[in-house]
Design a protein around this ligand. Structure first.
Ligand SMILES: [Zn+2]
Length: 113
């Protein structure tokens, strides 16, 4: 499952950071996931539940913020949200766009005690 590998590294980061800060129980993890990863919230939650067993994150609440895909046309500088997998600019029709937003994948913050 795609989401397992995505979330695995993030949990490692939280576990390590919690250890460095003397936190023994993580209660909430806030995740920011860009649309380009194609991760489903339910699958992320499932992966989180599995991978946090026997870690300080076990039982923590997972909050997910999804960032929609936003592209910027290199020809006319118009910003647009792509329809499906057609990355053509709706302004000039050229398929030459740069990713502005939607490629994020990180833990924004976590709470614990
Ligand atoms: Zn354009």
């Amino acid at each position: 499952m795609h989401e397992l590998s995505l979330i695995h590294a993030l949990i490692d980061t939280v576990v390590q950071s919690a250890r460095e800060n003397g936190i023994t129980k993580v209660t909430k993890v806030k995740l920011v996931v860009g649309e380009s990863h194609g991760a489903l919230p339910d699958a992320l939650q499932f992966a989180f539940d599995i991978l946090t067993v026997d870690t300080v994150c076990a039982g923590a609440e997972l909050a997910i913020e999804k960032n929609a895909l936003l592209l910027k046309c290199r020809e006319c500088a118009r910003e647009f949200h792509p329809e499906g997998y057609l990355f053509c600019c709706p302004g000039c029709g050229v398929s030459n766009a740069a990713l502005v937003k939607g490629n994020e994948l990180y833990v924004e913050y976590f709470e614990g005690e």
